[in-house]
Design a protein. Structure first.
Length: 272
């Protein structure tokens, strides 16, 4: 768990930006970076050990993303509150925006919430995260800086009793400009099993951050999912960060494709 922070958090404390002026074309997001629960939420009725599990965050994802951002001179935007409070990688109308059950674990503190309580959670974490990404992307486009969005996540080796054999998965929709060369590069690595839209796909509603900030603007994007036993310690985190940094250093998007492709740099209205 992270060190405790004050119960009443300002918006600037619920999202963190590293290297906002990065020269890299890549902007990285870590949507489930933290398992921190502000004290006003208690433990949401969960045992302390549950808060270290994947249901509360994406273990290992932030150290990988942070090392990549430093090596690539990329900007990184991360959440600082657990996905159990509100999931920043879900649209506001998603049934699991505030999950009542995560995997097979009931979340007692997320049942019976009023509209006011839901709105407060969105204002605490979801809105600052997305407003920050909007601002960063718009500022980059205004100064003509090439921008590609990549979200970094981790997944469990076993989900609902089903084994997941992939070491890493790349998630994409019909726009494969970044995904295709990234998948090809990963498949050239010896001993690495690559999932293509595995263990998730956009149909699972996991692509929201990229849909909102990249696809809406016609920007190249891709989602990375690393199996969390691969990055449970510093050695694995360094290994995967360095592998991905090497690939991204030479990664160039393929030609534009996809029926939803729009002019690069088109502004979008912020959702509320």
């Amino acid at each position: 768990m992270e060190k405790a922070r004050p119960a009443s958090l300002a918006s600037s404390d619920t999202v963190r930006v590293t290297n906002p002026g990065g020269s890299s074309p890549f902007v990285l997001t870590c949507d489930h970076a933290s398992n921190f629960l502000p004290t006003e939420f208690g433990t949401l009725g969960l045992a302390a050990e549950d808060l270290t599990r994947h249901i509360a965050w994406d273990p290992g994802a932030l150290p990988v993303a942070s090392r990549m951002a430093q090596a690539l001179d990329a900007t990184l935007v991360e959440t600082r509150i657990s996905r159990l409070v509100v999931d920043c990688n879900r649209p506001l109308d998603a049934p699991d925006l505030v999950p009542r059950v995560s995997e097979t674990t009931a979340i007692p503190g997320n049942t019976g919430l009023s509209e006011k309580q839901l709105a407060a959670r969105v204002a605490l974490s979801w809105q600052p995260f997305h407003s920050t990404i909007d601002r960063i992307v718009e500022e980059r486009l205004a100064r003509g800086q090439e921008t590609r969005l990549v979200s970094v996540h981790s997944f469990t080796p076993v989900y609902k009793s089903k084994n997941r054999p992939w070491h890493i998965g790349i998630i994409h929709d019909e726009d494969r400009r970044l995904a295709a060369p990234l998948i090809a590069a990963l498949k050239r690595l010896a001993g690495v099993t690559v999932g293509v839209n595995q263990p998730y796909s956009p149909a699972d509603r996991v692509y929201f951050t990229l849909e909102r900030h990249a696809r809406s603007r016609g920007l190249p994007c891709a989602m990375i999912e690393i199996r969390n036993d691969e990055i449970s310690g510093e050695t694995g985190q360094r290994k995967w960060a360095d592998l991905l940094t090497g690939i991204f250093s030479d990664l160039e998007p393929e030609e534009a494709m996809g029926s939803r492709q729009r002019a690069v740099g088109k502004s979008v209205l912020s959702a509320s």
